[in-house]
Design a binder for this molecule. Sequence first.
Ligand SMILES: [Zn+2]
Length: 272
Amino acid sequence: MPELPEVDTIRSQLAPVLAGRQLLDGWSSPSPKFVDAIEAIGATVDAVTRQGKYLILPLDDGRELVVHLGMTGSLRILPAPAEGVPPDPYVRASWNLSGGGTLVYRDVRQFGRIAVVDAGRYSSLPTLAALGPDPFDEAFDGDALWTALRRSDRHLKTQLLSQRPVAGVGNIYADEAFWLAGVHPADRRITRARAATLADAIRTALRSGLDHGGTTLRDYVDADGATGGNQHHLFCYGRAGEPCERCSTPLRRGVLDARTTTWCPTCQPRRR
Ligand SMILES: [Zn+2]
């Protein structure tokens, strides 16, 4: 599932190519998740930005094209299709671009979402509307995380996945961050000092993903169709049964609020 590093990799690749290009005409699946795509036709893309795991393309008419990649979504610029070639059945939306090429949204499992909204008006996208600070923003530090996590009694990992304490962390980078910080993901409370450690660990885990072009487990490809490399640099996620790289205890796997979770029972003791 694309998280902050994967979405930001796509953003950085599309931004220089898409800015200033007009969406000349287009097509979308009739699904309510994607049908908004045709609303953007005629507008020119001013930029490609990101908030959490959302790609946000400001348009020249005061609206924004918002794209969430869900689990299996990808957004790429491809050559305009030749006539007679059968269309890819997993393409959910596409726009022909001024200057040539087609912007293509492909999504096998259809957990993604496309919306066209007035800039900053996210009432139709509740998760985006309630998004916490970007982990690389100055507003995000240990105290901000501690304050946000004190508002709920849910498991700490579940709170992170809600996108409210901080934006952009999903299952992979959450498991990595809890392991780096030595915090048990099922704890419900955290001290101020450990929250500062966890905030640093979140940035460290995401930075590794950014530095390696994202993590590809199954589906993720960047805007050039290439897989990421961070799957070779994971300490915890997906390594259940393997020895912890810090203490050699076999990593354990369980299900926490319906999400697969991996942790080290020695380095990440349950506290509260
Ligand atoms: Zn360990």
